[in-house]
Write a protein that binds this ligand. Structure first.
Ligand SMILES: Cc1cc2nc3c(=O)[nH]c(=O)nc-3n(C[C@H](O)[C@H](O)[C@H](O)COP(=O)(O)OP(=O)(O)OC[C@H]3O[C@@H](n4cnc5c(N)ncnc54)[C@H](O)[C@@H]3O)c2cc1C
Ligand code: SF4
Length: 511
């Protein structure tokens, strides 16, 4: 039976289910760069280079193995610009008996694929994406049996299942979670880990030229591109992280520092998400470092939880709740996204720093995404769809199955608390504690009202005031609402006035 095996841009993995049982003598591996995928949001230029160059390198490696490749480049003559169009053209070239594809990561693509069997009168076999550590069926089963749909319980289930950091049925070290030890401020004299840079090769340079010419109006710096685009280099990035960053990953996981774009974070998410690295091998490398005494338990547990816990959990939520999940708007947030998310032109230094780092690298670490750009969008009530489009565009690791639950659920509380039990709303005090951004800002994080006051301070209280009916019943919001209840009426009025003036300026300035 002659088979066409379709590989998508985030499925660049030799052990992918769609490549199993490959018959080298008959089958065709089909890959296509299509306009629709490069523009459904205005992806950061580096994200485009990463995916397109990694696709081309992956195709080269399969070709070198002797596979029959059919690869369509973005600027090939006759490229129809869509997956469906390109698949149709490929089928007319190859006359196959069936199409095999690994389930795509995004709902949008999944829906499109449902029409193919009928449209092409060719059977389409969908295979599970078993690069994940928890299948969709297993997640649904777990969720059904658990009244409390929380990450913490899912994570424990996964720890027990894998046996990672377990002593019998008990967590290693006696605790499931070492978060309390993982929230340190950076010491003054901390040593920055050495940079890891992958100089662009000829294929990447060719793709950079394509992106420079074709997507000039997309966000982001192109020339600083230094991501790995092959599995070999991604493995080197993994090793670099294990050696230089993992031992301190836990301690400084929440810290932020001007000009230090990566700190002790792994920056491995783009590689894991497009298939260059497998989540299991990444966790196993961290576990091996722990067992060899090269990294402490708190760091390794913190790291493993992000992948075995959060990454699998958000994917489970996405597939269980889509497509309705994306449409909820619990806080009725409707404000347009301020223009400075694209330009970086704001006198709020924390936001400026994060947008600039994002522009430089197509990367910001979790706390920057959650507590700076996410927190500001939450407090000011920016419409979820606009915030989600921004996150999906600007990060090299952004694919909807992981971006959407993180933005919609975790950062914006737009799902009403399905993913996070309370909104991650915070005043300037948190940012001041965890970063050095406030030094040199036009505002003062310790001042609550008046022209000097950090906007996060009054916006935080105003957020609580305007969302009182929705959030006060949440038991986890009891403390802030008790504090709000104790606030003098005239102070409440002053906060409301200043927040409304700020929001009005935000509108008039950026609309
Ligand atoms: C608003 C918002 C949007 C986000 N959008 C994305 C996205 O589009 N793609 C994406 O991969 N992550 C996203 N995240 C999660 C997280 O911020 C990134 O995975 C992380 O910053 C990637 O950097 P790193 O590889 O250095 O991570 P590290 O801090 O080194 O963590 C290790 C790994 O754990 C995984 N991980 C950590 N946190 C999460 C999480 N919350 N959800 C899923 N996986 C996680 C990633 O694979 C990451 O590589 C988002 C978070 C927020 C708050
Ligand atoms: S003072 Fe406020 S706006 Fe300025 S950097 Fe600090 S938290 Fe951000």
């Amino acid at each position: 039976m002659k088979t066409l095996r379709l590989i998508l841009g985030d499925q660049l993995c030799r052990t992918l289910s769609a490549l199993r049982d490959m018959d080298h003598t008959r089958d065709v591996v089909f890959m296509a760069e299509v306009h629709d995928e490069t523009t459904y949001v205005r992806h950061h230029k580096q994200k485009l280079v990463l995916v397109l160059s990694a696709m081309r390198h992956f195709a080269e490696s399969l070709r070198a193995e002797g596979m029959h490749m059919d690869y369509v480049q973005l600027d090939d003559k006759g490229n129809s610009g869509s997956f469906t169009g390109e698949l149709g053209r490929a089928l007319s070239r190859h006359h196959v008996d069936r199409i095999v594809v690994t389930q795509p990561g995004e709902w949008r693509v999944w829906e499109m694929m449902q029409t193919w069997g009928e449209e092409f009168d060719t059977p389409v076999e969908f295979r599970e994406d078993d690069r994940f550590l928890c299948s969709q069926a297993e997640f649904a089963h777990w969720a059904k049996g658990n009244k409390s749909f929380r990450l913490e319980y899912f994570y424990r289930h996964m720890r027990r299942k894998t046996g990672w950091l377990m002593t019998g049925d008990k967590p290693e070290g006696g605790r499931w979670n070492y978060d309390e030890e993982n929230r340190k401020k950076l010491p003054r004299n901390f040593q920055t880990p050495p940079a890891r840079r992958f100089a662009p090769d000829a294929i990447t340079r060719e793709v950079m030229t394509l992106v420079r010419n074709r997507f000039a109006d997309h966000f982001g710096q192109l020339e600083s591109f230094d991501w790995a685009v092959t599995r070999e280099d991604a493995l080197q990035a993994l090793q670099h992280f294990i050696t230089h960053c993992l031992p301190q990953f836990g301690d400084y996981q929440d810290a932020m520092k001007t000009g230090q774009d990566f700190l002790f974070h792994s920056a491995l998410s783009p590689y894991i998400n497009i298939g260059l690295l497998n989540p299991q091998e990444v966790c196993e490398a961290a576990l091996a470092a722990y067992h060899q005494g090269l990294a402490p338990l708190s760091a390794v547990e913190g790291f493993v939880r992000q992948i075995l816990g959060w990454r699998e959990y958000v994917r489970g939520v996405y597939w269980m709740k889509m497509p309705d999940y994306a449409r909820t708007n619990f806080l009725n947030a409707e404000r347009p996204l301020p223009d400075f998310y694209w330009t970086g032109e704001t006198d709020m230094k924390c936001l400026r720093e994060v947008v600039e780092a994002t522009r430089r690298n197509a990367y910001a670490h979790h706390i920057q995404r959650l507590m700076i750009t996410g927190n500001f969008a939450l407090l000011t009530g920016v419409a979820p769809l606009q915030v989600e489009e921004w996150y999906l565009s600007v990060y090299a690791d952004a694919f909807e199955w992981v971006e959407l639950p993180n933005t919609h659920g975790m950062a914006l509380h737009a799902d009403g608390g399905l993913l996070g039990s309370k909104p991650y709303a915070s005043s300037g005090a948190y940012i001041d504690r965890m970063s050095d951004y406030c030094a040199g800002c036009a505002y003062d994080p310790k001042t609550k009202l008046g022209t000097e006051a950090c906007p996060f301070n009054y916006l935080y209280w105003y957020f609580l005031i305007v969302n009182e009916a929705r959030l006060k019943p949440n038991p986890r919001m009891a403390l802030p609402y008790r504090l709000l209840a104790r606030m003098a009426a005239n102070r409440r009025q002053q906060i409301t006035r200043q927040a409304q003036e700020f929001l009005a300026r935000l509108q008039s300035r950026y609309l």
